[in-house]
Design a protein around this ligand. Structure first.
Ligand code: 5HU
Ligand code: ZN
Length: 159
């Protein structure tokens, strides 16, 4: 009888790989973000990535940075975490205590949404905006609301 494989990826690695796959769909030329929400029974509830609202043409919104808010991508993009919440087709009751896997630490607007959706834990891959005011507000929000966060360990890498 063959031995079962023992060196399988962990749940953390699995869900982060799903989030990473989602970010590959993002058209943002600078920062691509993926999010995967999993419930306490290790079931995937939803997935999202950063993108603009459904538009009639691909050119409807800008993808560049601009001092003019009308032409700045940040005015239009829906964040990965917000899309993951919006893409969820079940009852928010099922999201209570869920874990969100994100390739980038959530901004403070997403932190508020995740808290109100019932997410109980944030697992992140990268925190490249650590120490910025937005990031500090996000962490204060999560701390104040009892939502824990930790950096994922990826011993098998991402490929
Ligand atoms: O929580 C987040 N979720 C998320 O989807 N994003 C997206 C919005 C933008 O498309 C991109 C950030 O762009 P930039 O790094 O060029 O400012 O990442 C950004 C954050 C945090 O900054
Ligand atoms: Zn955000």
């Amino acid at each position: 009888m063959a031995e079962q494989r023992s060196d399988v990826i962990s749940w953390d690695e699995f869900f982060m790989r799903v989030a990473f796959a989602a970010k590959l769909r993002s058209k943002d030329p600078n920062t691509q973000v993926g999010a995967c929400i999993a419930d306490t029974d290790h079931r995937i509830l939803s997935v999202g990535y950063n993108g603009t609202p459904h538009a009639i043409t691909d050119e409807a919104f800008p993808w560049g940075d601009s001092d003019d808010p009308l032409n700045d991508k940040h005015s239009y993009v829906i964040h990965a975490e917000a899309n993951a919440i919006l893409n969820f087709r079940g009852s928010l009751k099922d999201m209570q205590g869920a874990t969100v896997y994100v390739t980038l630490f959530p901004c403070h607007e997403c932190a508020k949404l995740l808290v109100q959706a019932g997410v109980g834990e944030v697992v992140y891959l990268d925190d490249k905006y650590a120490g910025t005011m937005d990031n500090l507000i996000s962490k204060r929000t999560l701390d104040s609301c009892g939502v824990t966060y930790r950096k994922v360990q990826m011993p098998h890498g991402l490929s």
